[in-house]
Ligand binder design. Structure first.
Ligand code: FES
Length: 137
């Protein structure tokens, strides 16, 4: 899988998102309190744009009359029919075993690590076995 530089970190502030195109794919990158996650922008229900969805969290209850609002900003709600997906995993909130949005690995890397350049010579592992030089090519 190829790696693609999609934005400087400062371009997607906490709580923000950015829609990027990588080849034919539209991918939305989210910043959740300094952590970055990427989902396919296409909702698996009818194709709504998750980039245009509303962020929410979870309301959980341990007993009647008690509730807690957790995971604020970690759930994206599709703007078309309100299906909800976990930004961290792409799993549907209502049916996590069957429904999910494809998610992609995201890393944050220093610019110096990315400017190595495109011209890298092809290399091969070399071993020495009893006076013979063997190249795996
Ligand atoms: S298209 Fe997303 S919920 Fe229907």
């Amino acid at each position: 899988m190829a790696r693609h530089v999609v934005a400087p970190v400062g371009e997607i502030p906490p709580g923000g998102r950015k829609l990027v195109r990588i080849g034919e794919r539209a991918i939305v990158v989210f910043n959740v309190q300094g952590e970055f996650f990427a989902l396919n922008n296409r909702c698996p229900h009818k194709g709504g744009s998750l980039c245009h969805g509303r962020l929410s969290g979870l309301v959980q209850s341990s007993e009647p009359g008690q509730y807690e609002y957790t995971r604020r900003g970690e759930i994206i709600r599709c703007p078309w029919h309100s299906w909800e997906f976990d930004i961290r995993t792409g799993k549907s909130w209502c049916d996590p075993q069957r429904l999910r949005v494809r998610h992609y690995t995201v890393t944050v890397e220093p610019g110096a690590a990315l400017v190595e350049g495109p011209y890298i010579a092809e290399t091969f592992p070399v071993t020495i076995e009893n006076e013979y030089v063997v190249v795996e090519a």
